[in-house]
Design a protein around this ligand. Structure first.
Ligand SMILES: C[S@@+](CC[C@H](N)C(=O)[O-])C[C@H]1O[C@@H](n2cnc3c(N)ncnc32)[C@H](O)[C@@H]1O
Length: 395
């Protein structure tokens, strides 16, 4: 983050007093000079590796899943897939390269908040204006895209790919997919503290961890403040047995994203993939295990250090999402990939490798790489342990 952007954050803390964690995390990731605002993110040569960035296999399995969902919906001529938090478009590229059966019906919408990353998607995929998917703009309101011409655009014209900076304003039938998005939404932070020692109430309480300034006004530091009644009640409800010293994230950002996502799906499936846990378990673990920072493929420093220079992520509390609506499915990524045919794709790759290893041509190399990708994507100590949450909307 530039010196001016950092000075602006400090000035806000000076003027407003301590700020909640979500405010600072949002500035660090998406504000001026923020980590994603500057184009940081997933990739082999970037800051961390996500499943779509491991190689094309993940997109190939997702494309099989999309075909299954397209079949379930009756093979509509117009099949919208919205990918939220699309990064630089690796999953979209993988899905398109796998040529799913639904390709002609496919309307693939990459939603990415970072302008720099949206530009990367535009430079690597054949992106068309959103109007080619969603129809005419309502000229009374520039932000609103009317669903009016979906029918006239139906037919075998796909794939059409577009890029948006936020979820579409209209509802649709199809799939909404988010890989490693929710862990990057900002969160508030609570800490269990001892009783007040006033009167006879000896129960531990919750304080809010906020962000203030050091005595010389130069450095962002954590400060514990008395939690508002709402926050305290929410933390107590989620983790009543938390020991003194334990920390708990409150993920209202992820909850409100889920609420919006569910509200725009008329029919179809919402799929969220992320590292996840439950509030009652998070409070038993050191907080820096579940609030992690990354830069250049390494773990970074304290989340308040080097604002904008590192990714800040928080494991997703499934029970907090379930407050919006309980998922219909919650399985490991490894199991989800198996259900959707990773084994078939790997068996094909093994056959190709055995046939062509001696020739050593491109097909042999692609097959060998696919076998390695499968190991990484299903590794029970790594990506394979991620949770896949699904919400089915039958409309
Ligand atoms: C960890 S990256 C994951 C990228 C990609 N899904 C992948 O798996 O490689 C999270 C991405 O979500 C984007 N993002 C964060 N909040 C968003 C929002 N509300 N809407 C759309 N994109 C968002 C970030 O800019 C970042 O590119």
């Amino acid at each position: 983050m530039s010196a001016e952007a950092m000075a602006a954050v400090r000035e806000r803390v000076r003027r407003l007093g301590s700020l909640p964690y979500d405010d600072i995390v949002d500035a660090a990731l998406y504000g001026s000079g923020g980590f994603f605002a500057e184009g940081g993110g997933a990739g082999r040569r970037a800051d961390f590796l996500t499943s779509p960035e491991v190689g094309p296999l993940f997109g190939a399995v997702v494309s099989r899943f999309l075909d299954e969902e397209w079949d379930r919906l009756g093979q509509p001529d117009f099949f919208v897939v919205v990918e939220a938090g699309a990064g630089r478009g690796a999953l979209a590229a993988g899905v398109l390269a796998a040529k799913p059966r639904c390709l002609k019906a496919l309307r693939y919408v990459c939603v990415e908040r970072s302008q720099v990353l949206r530009a990367r998607i535009e430079s690597s995929l054949a992106v068309e204006p959103a109007i080619n998917i969603f129809g005419t703009l309502d000229h009374d309101d520039d932000d609103f895209i009317a669903p009016s011409v979906a029918a006239s655009l139906a037919g075998s014209r796909g794939p059409i790919v577009t890029v948006l900076d936020d979820l579409p304003a209209l509802s649709f039938s199809g799939v909404l997919f988010a890989n490693e998005l929710l862990d990057n939404l900002s969160f508030r932070l609570m800490e269990r503290v001892g009783p007040r020692h006033e009167g006879s109430d000896l129960r531990p309480r919750w304080a809010e961890v906020r962000v203030g300034l050091s005595d010389d006004d130069q450095t962002l530091v954590e400060v514990l403040v008395e939690a508002s009644g709402d926050l305290e009640a929410e933390a107590e409800r989620l983790a009543p047995d938390a020991p003194v010293g334990a920390r708990l994230p409150l993920q209202a950002g992820a909850q409100s994203w889920l609420h919006r996502a569910l509200s725009i799906l008329d029919r179809g499936r919402l799929v969220v993939i992320d590292y996840a846990d439950h509030s009652s378990s998070l409070v038993t673990r050191p907080w820096r295990d579940w609030v992690r920072t990354y830069r250049a493929q390494e773990r970074g420093g304290h989340p308040l250090d080097d604002l904008g220079e590192q990714d800040i992520t928080c494991e997703v509390a499934v029970d907090q999402l379930a407050r919006v609506r309980a998922p219909d499915l919650d399985i490991s990524q490894s199991e989800w990939l198996t259900r959707h045919g990773v084994g078939v794709l790997v068996a094909e790759a093994r056959d190709t490798w055995h046939e062509r290893a001696a020739i050593g041509d491109l097909r042999a190399m692609v097959a060998r790489s696919r076998i390695g990708e499968a190991d990484a994507l299903t590794d029970p100590k790594g990506l394979g342990a991620f949770r896949v949450l699904e919400w089915v909307i039958d409309g």
